[in-house]
Design a protein around this ligand. Structure first.
Ligand code: SAH
Length: 375
């Protein structure tokens, strides 16, 4: 069975052509799947019955299988999704007054081994498929009651207004599947999000950043985390392959011909490691000629991490130095404290190799969900 959630618009049209079907038929089906959240061909009332039967015989619309659904006191909602072979990933919805942000995962585990990230410590398992990536948005819209009803215009609200690829994994290391999912997010027949409301976060995969800019120039967040190569080599080992001057040059290229755009630099604050006044000033010097914002993320602790979170006063001071240089700097707030959700460290402990059973999920360490101004 072919899962139609694996196709972007062009891919679906090609597949329809192979079936001898016209492109507009593919668009109709795309709309039913993504705008209306339908997973049953029988419900596609404006599609000819014969085509519906033909599709049902060879294809399916298979979304992720939720195994847990938790809502925090502050409204943050987290779904644990089964992706087979006792693997699971998490998707987090963060409602705010003027927007709703969905944080989605792109890989099971991660190969980059950033020293302060619990996902990195578990190693890499596999890439998520396009269906598993876009399926997180598809599922969230269905669960949040946001799918539009055909024939009633836009009355169904789009609850997810922003998407950030900041869950588990390095999005640009799963390039093709991520790009197909991004194209669906932007497609008017699917989710119709503006490219500024979709953010890819990368640890700095330089060649893929250049490709992304050409193929789907969504908003870019870069996990900077250190002002020098010596420190960044240690925190983000990918820096040994793409050192700071190459990374920053790629950031500049990303913004070429996009005067209204900016890079969001993410910076995890680790007490005594990268949080001094001198570090803040070095960051300013390093990024001086790049239109950017900073998003400071006080370290989210996990067992045996070897790192500590700085004091609130240290965070405030670090932010102040950047702000005094007129660089917009936000500090990630904690959300969903009571449901153990944390961007960048999600579902870290889900894989129970001994019991091979999703019900045997070890309780995640006390973590916080992170969010910030990434419109
Ligand atoms: N691989 C992508 C997406 C990762 S998650 C990237 O590196 O950008 C999003 C952010 O959470 C990244 O900036 C990541 O470095 C950060 N992060 C990871 N572990 C963290 C922790 N324990 N505390 C705070 N932020 C963390």
């Amino acid at each position: 069975m072919i899962n139609l959630l694996d196709f972007d618009a062009a891919g679906l049209a090609d597949w329809f052509a192979q079936l001898g079907e016209k492109p507009f038929r593919a668009r109709q089906v795309l709309r039913w799947m993504h705008r209306f959240g339908v997973d049953d061909f029988g419900q596609m009332t404006d599609v000819a019955k014969s085509l519906r039967a033909k599709l049902a015989a060879v294809a399916e619309i298979r979304g992720p299988v939720p195994v847990r659904d938790s809502t925090a006191a502050d409204g943050t909602r987290k779904w644990l999704l089964d992706v087979g072979a006792s693997n699971a990933v998490e998707t987090v919805f963060i409602p705010e007054a003027n927007r709703g942000t969905l944080c989605i995962s792109t890989q099971v585990g991660c190969a980059l081994e950033c020293s302060f990230c619990s996902t990195g410590r578990q190693g890499f398992n596999r890439n998520l498929t396009t269906a598993e990536i876009i399926g997180q948005l598809w599922h969230a819209n269905r669960m949040l009651g946001a799918v539009k009803q055909p024939g009633v215009g836009d009355s169904g609200e789009r609850v997810v207004s922003n998407v950030v690829l900041m869950g588990m994994g390095e999005p640009l290391a799963n390039y093709d599947n991520v790009v197909a999912a991004l194209k669906l997010m932007l497609d008017d027949n699917a989710y119709g999000l503006s490219r500024r409301r979709v953010t890819v976060s990368t640890a700095g995969m330089v060649p893929a950043m250049d490709r992304l800019r050409q193929e789907v120039p969504v908003a870019l967040a870069v996990s900077l985390h250190a002002p020098t190569d010596a420190l960044r080599d240690e925190l983000v080992p990918l820096n040994r392959k793409y050192p700071l001057h190459e990374l920053l040059a790629a950031c500049r290229r990303y913004l070429d011909n996009a005067p209204r755009d900016f890079i969001t630099f993410e910076y995890v604050l680790l007490a005594g490691i990268n949080d001094s006044d001198a570090d803040a000033r070095a960051l300013l010097a390093l990024t001086r000629d790049i239109p950017c914002k900073f998003n400071l993320i006080p370290f989210n602790p996990f067992p045996d991490s070897g790192y500590r979170k700085p004091s609130a006063e240290r965070v405030r001071r670090f932010q102040e130095i950047l702000m005094q240089a007129d660089v917009v700097t936000t500090v990630r707030k904690t959300r969903g404290d009571d449901i153990d959700a944390a961007c960048g460290q999600l579902a870290g402990r889900v894989r129970d190799k001994t019991k091979r059973n999703l019900n045997a999920v070890a309780p995640a360490a006390r973590q916080t969900i992170t969010q910030e101004a990434l419109t």
